[in-house]
Design a protein around this ligand. Structure first.
Ligand SMILES: NC(=O)c1ccc[n+]([C@@H]2O[C@H](COP(=O)([O-])OP(=O)(O)OC[C@H]3O[C@@H](n4cnc5c(N)ncnc54)[C@H](OP(=O)(O)O)[C@@H]3O)[C@@H](O)[C@H]2O)c1
Length: 131
């Protein structure tokens, strides 16, 4: 099972992020994966090698924050942090279920191969402007 659905529609930093926006991101990015886990728990228990993968983000990492302190995208980062925690909780609560987080962008060579050098420059410029 892969919890992929997610949103990121607000680049605001903590100083200006609204409760509505943070709540919306938490609903989709954090509560979504845990409800998906609950909905599929019965199937996971029956599977031979059950896996519950959460699509996360470097912006939701607490450990990585020191290396890349993202100033913006507060709602997104905070919601992904909860999603990451949920995956670790599943991992430690259910020893038969393999659960981990994947960041599809930061560590994917395919992402960088799939776009041109010019697009990479634009992408990083956009990314840096949000952080
Ligand atoms: N793109 C990036 O740079 C990036 C970086 C790091 C992590 N991620 C993560 O990767 C995952 C996929 O992102 P993406 O870039 O592929 O985004 P995307 O193209 O916008 O796709 C997001 C998907 O989530 C679904 N979704 C959104 N809100 C939903 C809701 N309330 N209920 C059910 N489904 C909902 C969307 O469904 P509809 O098509 O029906 O709208 C869409 O299929 C997300 O978890 C995202 O946070 C993306």
């Amino acid at each position: 099972m892969i919890a992929n659905a997610g949103i990121s529609n607000d680049a605001s930093p903590i100083e200006t992020a609204t409760v509505d926006s943070v709540q919306e991101h938490i609903n989709v990015n954090a509560i979504g994966p845990y409800l998906l886990f609950q909905a599929t728990f019965g199937l996971l228990k029956k599977a031979k090698q059950p896996k519950f993968v959460v699509i996360g983000s470097a912006l939701g990492s607490i450990g990585y924050m020191e290396q890349r302190a993202a100033h913006g995208l507060f709602a997104y980062g905070a919601s992904k942090a909860m999603a990451h925690w949920t995956s670790r909780r599943i991992h430690f609560s259910h020893e038969n279920i393999i659960s981990f987080v994947v960041d599809p962008v930061s560590y994917s060579p395919y992402f960088y191969l799939a776009i041109s050098i010019k697009e990479q420059g634009e992408w990083f410029a956009d990314y840096r402007s949000l952080c």
